[in-house]
Design a protein. Structure first.
Length: 302
C-alpha cells in the first residue's frame, strides 16, 4: 500500500485501541479521532485529534490534510445502556455523523476505503444455522435503524460513484479493554463482588451467542487493510456457540469463588452465530483466542 495513512474513529474505545497497537507495530501512520480529550489508554505513535463528527466542514478540512487511504469507523454509542432520553436522539445523531464522513469522502473524490464497523444485531433472527453475508438484515430499534440506514446510504453512494466501502458485520467480542457497561464486564464485576442475585439472574437467562476475543477481530481488520481487499459485506466472528453459563462456571471454579447458583436455566433458542468462512478464505485468518480467554483477561484486569 503506497499510502499507509489509516484513520480510526472511536480510537480510544476497545477496538480502536487494539487496532491502533497493531497498525503502529506494522509501521502504519495512524490517526485517531476522539470525541473528547482523554489522557489514558492512548497508544504511543498515534496522532489523536478531538473531532466533532456533527460538523461536516471540520471533517472535510481534516481529511484534506490527512489524506488517509483507509478510514475505520468505530465511533458510535450503544443505546442498550443509555437512558430513555438519550435513546431518542441516538439514531439521528449517529446516522448524521456517519453520513457526514461518507459525504466528505465523496466530495473530496478520494480513493479512500471506508470500513464501517456494523453489528450482528442487524440480522433477522432465525433458529437454525449460521448467518452468512447474503442473509437478510432487519431494523427493529434505534440501534439497528442507525446501522442499516447507514449501510443503505453507503450502497446508494457506491452505485453512483467509485466509493469503496466494506460493511463489517461484527459479532460479540470482548477483551480487558471492553467498556464496563457491556455484558461480560458486568458479569465479571458481579462475580468479584459475589453478587449472588445478579449471577443467578444471568444464569437463568441461559445466554448463548457467538463470542470472540477482540484481539482476533481487530487482527482480521488489520489483514483487511494490509491485503487491500475491498468487499462490500464481511462477517467477523468466532463461528462457535458459546454458553455464558459455562463462562460463569469456569471463572467460579478457577478462582474458587463461592457463589451458589440455585436457578434453573431457561431453554434458549434465541441466539445467533456467524459464518466466518469468507473472512477465513479472503484474509487467510483464523481466530486464535476463545471467549474463555477474553473473560479471564477481563477478570484479571478489572
Amino acid at each position: 500500500m503506497k499510502n499507509n495513512k489509516i484513520l480510526i474513529t472511536g480510537a480510544l474505545e476497545q477496538n480502536g485501541i487494539i487496532l491502533s497497537h497493531l497498525l503502529i507495530k506494522k509501521n502504519y501512520h495512524t490517526f485517531g479521532w476522539i470525541k473528547k480529550k482523554k489522557y489514558y489508554n492512548k497508544v504511543k505513535g498515534v496522532n489523536y485529534k478531538v473531532v466533532d463528527l456533527e460538523k461536516k466542514n471540520d471533517i472535510l478540512n481534516i481529511l484534506k490534510k490527512i489524506n488517509p487511504s483507509v478510514i475505520v469507523h468505530f465511533a458510535s454509542e450503544n443505546p442498550s445502556y443509555l437512558n430513555r432520553e438519550s435513546k431518542k436522539i441516538f439514531y439521528t445523531k449517529n446516522y448524521k455523523n456517519t453520513k457526514n464522513i461518507i459525504e466528505s469522502i465523496k466530495y473530496l473524490n478520494k480513493d479512500i476505503h471506508f470500513i464501517f464497523a456494523n453489528s450482528s444485531q442487524i440480522f433477522k433472527k432465525k433458529n437454525k444455522g449460521k448467518y452468512k453475508e447474503s442473509d437478510k438484515f432487519f431494523a427493529y430499534n434505534a440501534y439497528t435503524k442507525f446501522r442499516l440506514n447507514s449501510l443503505n446510504y453507503l450502497e446508494k453512494v457506491s452505485k453512483n460513484s467509485n466509493f469503496k466501502y466494506t460493511n463489517l458485520i461484527l459479532f460479540n467480542h470482548d477483551s480487558k479493554l471492553r467498556n464496563k457497561k457491556f455484558l461480560m464486564p458486568r458479569i465479571i464485576d458481579a462475580i468479584k463482588k459475589k453478587d449472588v442475585h445478579f449471577i443467578n439472574q444471568i444464569y437463568k437467562e441461559n445466554i448463548i451467542g457467538d463470542f470472540s476475543h477482540a484481539n482476533d477481530i481487530c487482527y482480521a481488520i488489520y489483514l483487511l487493510i494490509k491485503k487491500n481487499i475491498k468487499i462490500k459485506n464481511l462477517i467477523l466472528s468466532s463461528s462457535v456457540k458459546t454458553r455464558v453459563n459455562l463462562l460463569i462456571q469456569n471463572l467460579l471454579k478457577k478462582y474458587s469463588i463461592p457463589i451458589d447458583i440455585k436457578t434453573r436455566p431457561k431453554v434458549n433458542k434465541n441466539y445467533i452465530l456467524g459464518d466466518n468462512s469468507l473472512a477465513k478464505k479472503l484474509l487467510k485468518w483464523k481466530p486464535s483466542k476463545s471467549a474463555f480467554i477474553a473473560a479471564n483477561d477481563i477478570f484479571l484486569n478489572s
